[in-house]
Design a protein around this ligand. Structure first.
Ligand code: ATP
Ligand code: MG
Length: 452
């Protein structure tokens, strides 16, 4: 349906019969008894306050580390025209053929929630001519991605990625640097166990030849393989190497290997990437089946796995995508990059310790103590001291419990007795010691005790 001119969306919607309205069920439920509880959509998850410190570690490590390598942040929209992903990622991939959240906008255009970040970043690079001002462009992005997959541990329908892209570098040195950066990032986040796997998927010169070799080998075994593979033998045989169906594994393992069919240029490039990784002391394992789930890769592909993740064992993946910018309508510049799944990375880290949420907890115990406590709280916060106050007037015991739970280092108590004497009682929670501090010195005293 469309709406134009003076007609508002609400007016248009109000003419729709109730039964067609997405809201109708909820409206009628609300009329009788308890309102129905609405839960998070399957495959999405809330990141609760207790988990946030871990996420901040991941985000801060990204900012710190990427700055050292010369990357700057870019933020692109969470949805794009569907055509961008269909062309960028490849129509035969799982992502495009099965996993995208695609919908018609009200003007009839087809939009898609981004399933990955590279296509959107490339679009932005082309649209804003970023290559003109910065011929060696290094950017990164952080944000949610959307794929309609079967939810399980480490696999969600909305998840987050750190995405790192370098444009305009053809040299194998950038492939090695990107791999080194990916490992450095995992280590900066505190991941100790990881395994790097590496492959080369050739380029426009040698790929057609290898694809034919592969197709020939596959046709001989087609009848024993899954339906998806049988179709892909004709449409996109490289995707067969990515097949996860258990019964197909023995066949796929024995297929001809791309590394044995690379053209001299791709062979040299791959050899130099491997040599530089060895110079940098980075261990890797070659895996000839590593073609990755997106069609745009050329030459180097890599993934980092962690045994601690179970079935969803890939923490990050990336590689070189030299033709992508050109295919999406931009200049013919090289690209290399990787994406880390932040949920999977968070699963690898120990849960954050319960963090202290305030330095000073104020306990006004008499009605007349509230105003001085409010002023002291304001002044402490202005001075940068994390301060909380319980305005609910509970018992002394329950306030001390609360201060302990919040991780307060000091509790400042102002009761009737203290007011008469012109002091605050200040309790050091760790030492279980208390002292009297004169009213006029309380602000400086608490500032000094908490800054040290
Ligand atoms: P997988 O083989 O596990 O499906 P993938 O090859 O589809 O991964 P990429 O497209 O390379 O993954 O995305 C890079 C990273 O993003 C993955 O290594 C993973 O950490 C994360 N990731 C991908 N899909 C999901 C998902 N549905 N839920 C959570 N994280 C994901
Ligand atoms: Mg996938």
């Amino acid at each position: 349906m469309s709406f134009r001119g003076t007609e508002s969306a609400a007016m248009a919607a109000s003419r729709r019969p109730m039964l067609d309205s997405p809201f109708s069920e909820r409206l009628s439920d609300g009329d009788e008894g308890e309102p129905v509880k609405i839960q998070a959509v399957r495959g999405t998850r809330d990141i609760l306050p207790d988990e946030i410190p871990t996420w901040q570690v991941l985000e801060e490590a990204a900012q710190r580390l990427l700055g050292r390598y010369g990357y700057r942040e870019i933020r692109t929209p969470a949805f794009e025209e569907t055509e961008l992903f269909a062309r960028g990622i490849g129509a035969e991939t799982d992502i495009v053929s099965k996993e995208m959240y695609t919908f018609d906008d009200r003007d009839g255009s087809s939009l898609t929630l981004r399933p990955e970040a590279t296509a959107g970043i490339v679009r932005a690079v082309i649209e804003h001519n970023l290559m003109n001002t910065d011929p060696a462009l290094k950017v990164y992005g952080l944000g949610p991605m959307f794929r309609r997959e079967r939810p399980q541990k480490g696999r969600y329908r909305q998840f987050h990625q750190l995405d790192v892209e370098a444009f305009g570098f053809t040299s194998p040195t950038i492939d090695a640097e990107i791999v080194e950066l990916a490992i450095a990032y995992l280590e900066a986040c505190g991941v100790e166990q990881h395994e790097l796997i590496l492959n080369s998927v050739g380029d426009g010169r040698c790929r057609p030849g290898y694809v034919e070799v592969l197709r020939k080998a596959l046709r001989e075994r087609a009848s024993e393989m899954c339906g998806d593979c049988q179709r892909r033998i004709e449409t996109n045989p490289l995707r067969v190497l990515d097949c996860k169906v258990p019964a197909d594994q023995a066949i796929v393992d024995q297929l001809p290997r791309f590394v044995d069919h690379l053209c001299p240029e791709c062979r040299d490039h791959f050899g130099e990437v491997r040599r530089q990784l060895e110079v940098l002391g980075i261990a890797y394992r070659l895996n000839h089946r590593l073609v990755r789930g997106l069609d745009y890769y050329v030459r180097t592909t890599f993934e980092v796995l962690s045994g601690e993740l179970g079935a969803q064992n890939s923490v990050l993946g990336g590689g070189r995508y030299d033709g992508l910018v050109r295919d999406l309508g931009g200049p013919d510049v090289a690209g290399t990059g990787f994406a880390v799944g932040l949920e999977r990375l968070a699963l690898l880290l120990p849960p954050g310790e319960g963090q202290s949420r305030c330095d000073v907890f104020l306990a006004p115990l008499a009605g007349a103590a509230l105003d001085p406590a409010l002023l002291l709280q304001r002044d402490l916060r202005r001075a940068g001291v994390r301060t909380m106050l319980d305005p609910e007037g509970r018992s002394f015991k329950s306030r001390m419990k609360q201060a302990d739970k919040l991780g307060a280092r000091l509790v400042a108590i102002l009761g009737e007795d203290e007011m008469k004497r012109g002091v605050w009682t200040v309790r050091d929670m760790a030492r279980s010691e208390q002292e009297d501090v004169p009213e006029g010195q309380i602000l400086d005293h608490l500032k000094e005790k908490t800054n040290g």
